[in-house]
Design a protein around this ligand. Structure first.
Ligand code: ZN
Ligand code: ZN
Length: 412
């Protein structure tokens, strides 16, 4: 027995006026997604707990069975891991932005004119040569996509309890990084970050890539802003908990980071640069293949969340219909006599508020021995009538592991 968990990021929504007070899931044509509900057991999930709007990182931890209230330790480290940086358990990580500032360190553009990957790579190369005045600390800096990047601080006496230098808004001054508690470690870490801010700024100001950008009428990327200090969560890996072989199919770095911490093998999807359609089918193909030699496969799809943040319900409906064709491909190609397929969302992303919300998300699990219920269609309200009832995010993984015979008896 094996299990596939499909998580459609932010797919759940609230009723929307322009959809006749339906949700995108309720109006989308999605025969294969509905088949999971129709042949399976349905319910709703509070990813964290009722009314708490989850981040994708905390929600994914939860869906993998880890209580985020206990284990979450910031986004920076998860994202750095997801980008393939080697992060040790004592390293302190940050999310970074290349930005544009004036001489007074007032931020003119937090994204440095959405600098190209190419320019950012050349700048990052020189930043890596900078030395910190304390030889006990070293750093890794990696640009990722456009203005984004990751910073890893390594050494003794470091703390993740430091504030951001990123003011998170244009026309505000770069913040001095402050310790968030009274420990000498937090004070020391803040000092290192302030030193890096200045040293990065000095190198970037006169870098030929930036001089050239100014000549071309582009904004120079003359500072790096730091935010979201964190360490990797100290958790037992899935194979240690359930004795399972696991793999993850995800493109988003944050999700890849969470899966990496959980000890999953990260698979790459070829053709991820194609149209959304080919991307989904490529993902389905990798997941189907992965199910041949894994007990548990996690498949993540990012697109519905973006449609929610854009406040575009029509687009969300279209994306759900494309996900349906991915699900169709999966249901046709896996052996449903020995595979459980579960579909859920990591959180609600409302097309009206354009934010993550604390509403529960639908879940459906199909497979050989589920106690099929009366629910025929997959949706926020229909699944609420299912016999799985209302569960917490951290309950899902034990349920799946029990179905595939990988859970241990509690008691004699
Ligand atoms: Zn999400
Ligand atoms: Zn989101």
């Amino acid at each position: 027995m094996r299990a596939l968990l499909i998580v459609a990021d932010g797919m759940a929504d609230r009723p929307i006026k322009e959809l006749g007070w339906n949700t995108p899931l309720e109006v989308a044509r999605k025969p294969s997604i509905d088949r999971i509900a129709d042949t399976g057991i349905c319910g709703i999930i509070d990813p964290i707990s009722p009314g708490v709007p989850p981040g994708s990182d905390t929600a994914t931890l939860s869906l993998l069975g880890y209580d985020p209230l206990k284990y979450y330790s910031g986004r920076g480290a998860l994202e750095a891991l997801g980008w393939g940086l080697k992060v040790g358990k004592n390293d302190v990580c940050f999310r970074c932005n290349f930005a544009t500032v004036d001489e007074n360190l007032t931020v003119l553009d937090r994204r440095a004119g959405r600098i190209s990957n190419d320019d950012a790579s050349k700048l990052a190369e020189n930043l890596r040569k900078i030395k910190i005045s304390h030889p006990s600390v070293e750093f890794l800096f990696q640009n990722t996509v456009q203005h984004r990047g990751a910073l890893v601080l390594r050494g003794s006496n470091l703390s993740p309890f430091v504030g951001d230098s990123d003011p998170k808004k244009d026309r505000k001054q770069v913040l001095e990084v402050k310790p968030l508690n009274s420990s000498p470690e937090a004070k020391f870490t803040a000092k290192i970050l302030n030193e890096l801010t200045q040293k990065f700024n000095k190198v970037l100001k006169s870098h030929k890539v930036n001089l050239d950008r100014v000549r071309r009428g582009l904004l120079p990327a003359n500072i790096v802003l730091f935010r979201g200090a964190g360490k990797i969560p100290e958790i037992k890996r899935l194979h240690e908990i359930y004795n399972v072989k696991t793999a993850c199919v995800a493109v988003t770095s944050l999700i890849r980071g969470v899966c990496k911490v959980a000890g999953m093998q990260l698979l790459n999807v070829e053709g991820a640069t194609g149209t959304p359609q080919t991307n989904y089918l490529a993902k389905a193909k990798v997941a189907i293949q992965a199910l041949k030699d894994n007990d548990f496969v996690f498949l993540h799809v990012k697109a519905p969340d973006a449609a929610g943040h854009d406040g575009n319900p029509k687009q969300k409906v279209e994306i759900i219909e494309r996900i349906d064709s991915m699900v169709s491909n999966i249901l046709e190609n896996v052996n449903l006599d020995e595979t459980y397929v579960a579909l859920t969302s990591d959180h609600t992303t409302s097309c009206v508020t354009r934010e993550h919300q604390g509403d529960p998300v639908p879940v459906a699990i199909t497979g050989p021995y589920v106690r099929k219920d009366e629910v025929k269609k997959y949706g926020e309200r229909s699944c609420a009538k299912g016999s799985l009832g209302r569960i917490r995010g951290i309950n899902l993984m034990p349920i799946l592991m029990d179905l595939i015979g990988k859970s241990e008896k509690f008691g004699a």
